[in-house]
Design a protein around this ligand. Structure first.
Ligand code: FAD
Length: 414
């Protein structure tokens, strides 16, 4: 049997592409290497509440296609910006109102400096365009680089960084992002545990081969995470053009770890529900934002950024838990970590062989790589899609979704 469209990967991009093909009345088959859909969106329940090990927020809510879609599959959205209480610590004390105001001014100055340099200068490391020397500059650089982009600003293309700065509101899907994608993927023709090993795309029909056997398709959307593409996880026959391989190489996935702890008892450390905390750091020091009692749930979640994530991932979950507890103690005192049960829920995307990182950034000088990767091959019969292919919402579920839809449009026309 030959399908109109083969989709490789059942993450956000693959689900979007398959839904678009079905909506257009075409036959489609999704081959997914994992035993589940959702890719880098996965909701865990082992803490007794939904906990997203991967994607959590629908960013840029005003332009995010999943914001209007979620309610159509019965998933309500929560405005997390409206819930959030923010506390920044300087040492063990919350900052003063004057310090907080200075922090806000420095955030704005960072964004203005990035946008100004990106608009008129060559592509340089984003770090070189960032203000430095002020009391908050190292903290903002750690946030914007290691935490949000999951890579140090020194390793990121200024032009790509400026193009992908996220603006707008953030929404939390009730029940978790992984659960939302499961619902959006429900009923699609997906074959799980079906890793594509070889894709022959030189003829009139593409042929995918793997443990599932052989599948023929008139067009293919491939949503493989970029590190898998550049490592040759699928053998393409004929080989992919050198510029496509270079683009995949130039869009590596950053590293970050999510850590969840569950309250040991009733002690809420004097913090109101949904308290997001960070702390002023010195240049090079790790930044671990921690949210306590999100939506009144008895958990805290932390985010270990790129500076230390690779080492911590190598050491294992106990090292991630130890760092999270240390960070809690640095803010709230030596005894505060006792408010949490021993044992943490810890993500491991960097060592996950089907992800090899969290989300993409462009290397310095490679701001054009996303467009190269997204450019159709074989007259549109082979199209790459996924978060790394979106020009502005890269690194997000919304960007992956839009890229999958766009890829499907091209492939179906072909
Ligand atoms: C810890 C973390 C936090 C994040 N936080 C957010 C957030 O808050 N908001 C946000 O919008 N985004 C966030 N992201 C990013 C978001 O998860 C991704 O941008 C998005 O899910 C990527 O979707 P995708 O379809 O491009 O790729 P993926 O979800 O990676 O899908 C690709 C699929 O291809 C499959 N595959 C791999 N090899 C093969 C093969 N050979 N054959 C068949 N299938 C294969 C994989 O198993 C996977 O399911 C986060 C990511 C992580 C990891």
């Amino acid at each position: 049997m030959t399908v109109d469209l083969l989709v490789i990967g059942a993450g956000a991009a693959g689900i979007a592409a398959a839904r678009a093909a079905l909506a257009a009345g075409r036959s489609v088959r999704v081959l997914e290497a994992r035993d589940r859909v959702g890719g880098r969106a996965l909701t865990d329940h082992s803490l007794g509440v939904p906990f997203d090990l991967g994607a959590t927020w629908l960013h840029a809510a005003e332009q995010n296609p999943l914001v209007p879609l979620a309610p159509t599959v019965g998933v309500a959205l929560v405005d997390s910006d409206a819930l959030r209480n923010e506390i920044t610590f300087a040492g063990m004390r919350p900052v003063t109102p004057a310090e907080d105001a200075a922090y806000g001014v420095a955030w704005n100055a960072f964004e203005a400096a990035i946008e100004a340099r990106a608009a008129r200068g060559p592509d340089i490391p984003a770090a070189d365009a960032a203000p430095s020397g002020g009391p908050w500059d190292a903290t903002i650089a750690a946030w914007q680089g290691e935490v949000i982009a999951a890579a140090p600003l020194a390793a990121i293309s200024l032009h790509d960084f400026a193009a992908t700065l996220l603006e707008g509101g953030n929404r939390l899907p009730e029940g978790g992002m992984g659960a939302l994608l499961e619902r959006l993927g429900a009923g699609l023709p997906v074959t799980l545990s079906a890793p594509v090993a070889t894709l022959r795309w030189g003829g009139a029909e593409a042929v995918a081969e793997g443990p599932f056997g052989t599948l023929r398709a008139r067009a293919v959307i491939c949503t493989l995470p970029t590190p898998l593409l550049s490592a040759g996880a699928i053998r393409f026959d004929p080989a992919l053009p050198a510029e496509v391989m270079q683009a995949a190489h130039d869009l590596p996935l950053g590293r970050a770890i999510k850590v969840g702890l569950h309250a040991a008892g009733e002690d809420r450390l004097g913090l109101p529900a949904h308290t997001s905390t960070d702390r002023q750091v010195r240049p090079g020091e790790a930044m671990v934002p921690i949210t306590f009692w999100p939506r009144s749930q008895p958990i805290a979640h932390g985010w270990i950024g790129a500076g230390v994530a690779p080492d911590i991932e190598r050491e294992g979950p106990a090292a991630a838990e130890a760092l999270m507890r240390e960070e809690i103690a640095k803010r709230l005192g030596h005894d505060a970590p006792r408010a949490f049960r021993p044992g943490a829920l810890v993500s491991a995307w960097g060592t996950d062989p089907l992800a090899r990182g969290v989300y993409s950034h462009a290397r310095v000088g490679a701001a054009g790589a996303r467009a190269v990767l997204a450019a159709p091959l074989a007259g549109g019969r082979l199209v790459f899609a996924g978060e790394a292919c979106h020009p502005t919402l890269a690194g997000t579920v919304g960007g992956a979704w839009l890229s999958g839809e766009a890829g499907a449009g091209i492939a179906l026309a072909a």
